[in-house]
Write a protein that binds this ligand. Sequence first.
Ligand code: NAI
Length: 698
Amino acid sequence: MNPRPLASVAYEGETAVVTVANPPVNTITAAVRAALAQAVAEIAARPGLKAAVLLCEGSTFFSGADIGEFAGPPKEEEYRRLFNSIEALPFPVLAAMHGTVMGGGLEIALACHYRIAAPGTRFALPEVTLGIIPGGGGTQRLPRLIGVEKTLELVLDARPVDAARALELGFLDAVVDGDLRAAAIAHARTLAAPRRTGEMKVDPATATEAIVARFAAEARKRYRNRQAPLTAIEAVRASATLPFDQGLEYETELVNRAKATVESQALVHLFFAERETRRVPGLPADTKPRPVAKAAIVGAGTMGGGIAVCFANAGIPVTVLDADRAALDRGLAGIDAIYAGMVKRGRIGEADRAARMALIGGALDYDAVRDADVIVEAVFEDLALKARVFAALDRVAKPGAVLATNTSTLDIEAIAGAVSRPQDVIGMHFFSPANVMPLLEVVRTSKTSPETIRTVMELARPLRKTPVLARVCYGFIGNRMMEGYAREAERMVLEGATPREVDSALEDWGMAMGILAVFDLAGIDVGVNVHKANADKYPPDPAYYQADFALHEAGRLGQKNGRGYYRYEGRERIDDPEAIAILAERAAKLGIAPCRHTREEILERCLYPLMNEGFRILAEGVALRASDIDVVWTSGYGFPRYRGGPMFHAQSIGLATLLDGMRKYRDRFGPMHWEPAPLLVELVESGKTLADWEAARR
Ligand code: NAI
């Protein structure tokens, strides 16, 4: 076993070179901190040294702190001792960086006296995305180096900056070409004396009330309902008023306060949840993914085009097949427009655009998909049509090709019934716009083979999707949970709440977009068609979906014709008395009496059924784990990440609160829609947590 030390010290004349190797990304684990502390002690005691270099082996300099430690006892004091001991060394210390330097990784570099980096190195302080603040001295050292204003820019933006920007901001001394170690040693030899960030003074011109107030206002707007960004501002601001040591202590106090928030626990929960989704219990350990060198899409519509872009972005050649010449041309033009938009926004250059477009071909004949390893069907939502497409694919596709469908509502078991190789059939449910939304629901049938599942779960990586595995049921995970949520929103506008009242309550709470505005965006006709085609799947409630039906019958299709739940000028939503009158008229016809709704009621009636359905989905095994459900809703449906997802949220409000809420509305509206999920009842009555239940099931 190992033997490669985590930190090793070499001497190049009077320069010490400390090298850390903790693959894959040099996370600053407890063991790394211990090894580093030992190396620092060694070089501190070595007589005659004139300089030291700190660098990392492998793909990157320290990528950041060990997020797994967040749940345990606070580690900041230990970080502080280590970083202070580096800063206190009596000779110049140089950090030589490459790769992606984040959080604690950048803070360690700030404790060094000088910093250089290889071209292409990226830097970030992403702590606020985890609901915390930099806790390794970053909020005190960085402002001393570059000022409060630029520090706040970096901390609140949370996204990486490149080496050129780091030079400009002033926390990087040089970008060096060639061998980093050699360049670092040469650079270190030119350094005369230590330059300790902790001994510098913050430039007061960068820390005025006006500057701080501007950032606070921006943070409130950009990070609705969030605490961490404001806490970060408080910490950074303190660097201008407190002596360095006190500033560090204050930072520790604030970071520990931040870690105790639901916001931080929710965001850390999702960080791990998103990494867990690929793990599929029950697949034989030796199940290998099949290689995917070529792909094909059937149906060049909205979804087909977006999915083709995902493959081309991943460097996988893809053929787009349509039955209709005009539809194919429209589809290819749509793909071209997606890339034009990316170039316009500076996301990619012209050369990338050309290279990616070159990977995409159009076809009208099934012969063109013969050699594809994965074929994704995205034709109209019609079972008979899809069955015909799959029968055709069965005739031409090579053995072992994955035959995937992007259906949202159809029975994939039935689609698989159209082929002689149902083990290769699987759902790949992308979300619109497919090239943007990170979620991929992967839906296995009773016959899907382990290899097919593994292939698609792994294919999600290059496609840059977060795959969540589901079993076949109406609506899979996400849309099935949307049913009750949408049903209540529609019911409340029939009861006289305005669309604005419902949507604002949801948006102020944190949903990316109110559900009625979502319907306008997606097209009222789309929802109506789905509900007409699946009438047998819904409970016998005469009011069900009647808000959508009424608007549709009045010719209101949503944004596409400028009228839906709202009226639209461009994308701007305007309250529309005409829509409200249509809803009132339908309500009167249905005998629904008007009533007033508090914000609390709007939220409860929308969110309780949504969470309740999650418990059914879990108990039925449609989702593998509660955290997968959270990933579905935060990455596909705009559920606020800082609330952790529906299942996390249910636990944070208390399962008993949810159960009582379901019963309260059952008493008012009857059991048809408000029966609490048996699993929820079981957990509350037995006093068990979801985690207990999941552990017992494993
Ligand atoms: P769309 O109507 O934009 O595109 C469908 C395309 O399929 C058209 O270009 C049509 O010419 C083509 N097509 C029809 N019959 C064909 C055949 N026999 N062979 C080859 N091509 C054929 O539809 P959209 O919105 O892209 O939806 C496609 C699928 O994706 C549906 O199953 C839908 O339920 C699903 N879906 C749609 C989402 C959305 O937001 N639009 C989200 C997730 C899934």
